[in-house]
Design a protein around this ligand. Structure first.
Ligand SMILES: [Zn+2]
Ligand SMILES: [Zn+2]
Length: 269
């Protein structure tokens, strides 16, 4: 079965498609389990910076449109549609997320770190006048702290994302630069029973060495996220499945009302 549990709709400022359109795309792509996860980046309300004006999600509108898409999809369609959110963690935002998230019956909450030193690292401005060491080490400390978020979450998203827009000549974030921090994070993910996401939106997150270290430390829970914003559902699914099986992973984690279910990673031979 094809699963994709990190997908943006037009309710994200950087998303595009109506939920029903995404449902149609998912059926065309042969997806059996889909969870929409729009952005909830409250840090931008409480001191965080983006380089462009940010349209915040209206959770009531998101929920209403999701419910009507679910109703239109009907039963026995072969596609299971689930309701999720990508909660952008920050120390400032966590108390607001704690209040807000339980008001919506999300099947899955993705815990993401987008903010480092007050800036969304999607934007090059986040790196201006800062050393790679400062930004990267702060990112890792933020990820570690985010794992203790005071609200229910299921998935740890795109670990390593800080490198995406980094301007450094060598922008890689290597295990050997911060082995203790990496191990603390990975062990905490395992300890807390969370699923580590493999994100295929741009370059793969986490990188190969981090994913293998996770497995080596005992990590087995993995979720698949295309992080699609524009009809890129299940991007690189076949090659990613093959790759994960080579490492030793056998199942993807999916969530219904925060309860984990395991879906066998398929073979495409
Ligand atoms: Zn994200
Ligand atoms: Zn995302």
């Amino acid at each position: 079965m094809i699963v994709d549990t990190h997908v943006h709709t037009r309710h994200s400022a950087d998303g595009r498609d109506k939920i029903i359109e995404i449902v149609r795309q998912a059926k065309d792509r042969g997806i059996g389990f889909l969870c929409t996860t729009d952005h909830l980046d409250l840090d931008l309300k409480y001191g965080g910076h983006a380089a462009v004006p940010w349209r915040h999600i209206n959770l009531d509108e998101y929920k209403a449109e999701w419910e009507s898409a679910k109703a239109e999809l009907g039963e026995n369609s072969g596609l299971e549609l689930r309701f999720g959110i990508e909660a952008g963690w920050s120390k400032r935002a966590e108390k607001y997320l704690k209040e807000l998230l339980p008001k919506y019956d999300f099947d899955q909450v993705i815990n993401s770190v987008h903010f480092v030193l007050k800036w969304d690292v999607y934007f090059p401005q986040a790196f201006w006048f800062k050393s790679k060491k400062l930004v990267y080490s702060t990112y890792l400390k933020n990820v570690l702290e985010s794992l203790d978020a005071p609200y229910e979450y299921d998935v740890v998203a795109h670990f390593g994302y800080v490198t995406r827009s980094a301007p450094y000549k060598d922008k890689s974030l290597n295990y050997n630069d911060y082995p203790e921090l990496f191990d603390k994070i990975l062990l905490k993910v395992i300890d807390k029973g969370k699923a580590l996401e493999i994100n295929t939106h741009t370059t793969q997150y986490p990188t190969d060495e981090i994913l293998r270290r996770y497995y080596e430390l005992g990590g087995r829970k993995i979720s698949f996220g295309s992080d699609s914003h524009r009809n890129e559902l299940a991007k690189n699914y076949e090659s990613t499945c093959k790759y994960l099986k080579e490492i030793g992973f056998t199942h993807f984690s999916v969530f219904r009302q925060h309860v984990e279910d395991l879906v066998e990673i398929p073979s495409f031979d």
